[in-house]
Design a protein around this ligand. Structure first.
Ligand code: HEM
Length: 408
């Protein structure tokens, strides 16, 4: 086993793919050091961009918030003078005004009221996953965390067969976490091809009230979206809606298994759930760094950014900033002031946050209702996957008092 590098060494050149970050706590120690000693840090190895000069990394809440708000200086487009990308324009890589026009088309589909109406279906889907192991008194809660968001997204939002979930999941996982750049690029290509075929198969079919139809029928300035944009944005939804929610949920299940006082409190006071979910997202569920490209000279916290430079906005670090969140390294289920950046801020604030919150709340509620005394299974360790922009548990073996299936 190799000896981990020191917190200071990591902070000087933060590399999210580093194997040391499979230790769930080390990364947050590194962020604390970065916020303290070098709030606009530099990395040679930004996670999602292959920029030869590396990237700046913003780690304090105030800086991350300001960058997320200031799209005029910090563009989401990695090549800002390019109008169209080869594989289509993604909402997350556009800037206003076009980005806002596309959001206007997409936002209504994810409205709180529309998502709330899905609650019974989400509860039933979650119950079916728990049914698979509830009678035996032991199971793996990572299976609930990693499968429920995919089933809900594909069946009720995208209108895609749930058989596709595991294919898309594996491709997304390889695209983000594959061992080599080649493996990652190949997986992106295959995911695109899969979504391309799915969208193409809709041609001439009767309309269905799902997100792929919303994209196919979307009009911006009176014009339909190019086909490549429809495919790319469908792919973005797959990618943005699976690993994010799954890893956040897995962290929550693990936290409750290892903090029985929190588990029992949430079971006894389910009305705390909405606030607890926000806190769990602040504490552990957020994305560890999305990119912006500097458009023109701009100063922030005494640092001048130059045009063309890449800046990583580290929402996860911002969410542990003591200047904003007292006792930031503690998960406080009923935290009141909680303007976390787990879903980002500004024009790109998460499109799917209402869905993610609902999936998360329902999952925790169903697990605590049906197996309230669950704890980690002795001798079968939970497995943590830590070197990715989203981090979570891939296995959470648990034991509990057996119960009946839901009969769903
Ligand atoms: C706990 C789960 C989730 C977390 C932590 C999360 C986090 C985020 C963050 C931080 C952003 C901001 C991106 C930026 O500033 O560049 C974002 C954007 C986005 N999210 Fe989520 N997300 C989650 C779940 C979802 C789900 C379930 C969906 C869809 C089904 C989704 C779809 C999107 C999309 C499409 C964007 C881009 C919006 C835009 O650029 O205008 N997310 N998300």
């Amino acid at each position: 086993m190799t000896v981990p590098e020191s917190v200071e060494t990591h902070a000087r050149n933060w590399d999210l793919r580093h194997e040391d970050f499979n230790d769930p706590d080390l990364l947050y120690d590194v962020y604390a050091e970065m916020r303290q000693s070098c709030p606009i840090a530099h990395t040679d190895r930004p996670f999602l961009a292959d920029t030869p000069d590396g990237a700046w990394v913003a780690t304090r809440y105030a800086d991350c918030y300001r960058i997320a708000q200031d799209w005029q200086h910090f563009s989401n487009n990695p090549i800002p003078d390019t109008v169209e990308h080869v594989a289509g324009d993604l909402v997350v890589m556009m800037d206003p005004p076009r980005q806002q026009k596309l959001r206007k088309v997409l936002n209504p589909y994810f409205s709180p009221a529309r998502m709330k109406a899905l609650r019974p279906q989400i509860a039933a889907e979650t119950d079916l996953l728990i049914d698979e192991f509830i009678e035996s008194g032991s199971g793996d809660l990572a299976q609930v965390a990693w499968r429920q968001p995919g089933i809900v997204l594909f069946r009720y939002v995208l209108g895609m067969p749930t058989d596709d979930v595991s294919v898309c999941f594996d491709l997304t996982d390889t695209a983000l976490n594959g061992a080599t750049e080649q493996a990652r690029m190949t997986a992106w290509g295959e995911l695109y091809a899969h979504l391309h075929d799915t969208v193409a198969a809709r041609a001439g079919r009767a309309p269905r009230d799902d997100m792929i139809d919303v994209l196919l029928n979307a009009r911006i300035d009176g014009e339909k979206l190019p086909f490549t944009d429809v495919v790319s944005n469908a792919m973005l939804l797959v990618q943005a809606g699976l690993e994010t929610t799954a890893s956040a949920m897995s962290f929550a299940f693990h936290h409750l298994a290892t903090h029985p006082a929190d588990r029992d409190r949430l079971t006894a006071e389910p009305e705390l759930l909405p606030r607890a979910v926000e806190e769990l997202i602040r504490y552990a569920g957020s994305i560890h760094g999305l990119h912006r490209t500097v458009i023109e000279d701009v100063e922030l916290s005494g640092h001048t950014f130059r045009p063309g430079e890449t800046v990583v906005v580290n929402f996860a670090s911002a969410n542990r900033d003591e200047n904003v969140f007292p006792d930031a390294d503690r998960c406080i289920l009923d935290r009141r002031e909680n303007r976390h950046l787990g879903f980002g801020a500004g024009v790109h604030r998460c499109l799917g946050s209402n869905l993610a919150r609902l999936e998360f709340q329902v999952a925790v509620e169903r697990v605590l209702t049906r197996i309230p005394d669950y704890t980690l299974a002795p001798g079968r360790p939970a497995t943590f996957h830590g070197n990715s922009i989203t981090r979570g548990y891939r296995a959470i073996p648990v034991v509990f008092t057996p119960g009946p299936t839901s009969g769903a």
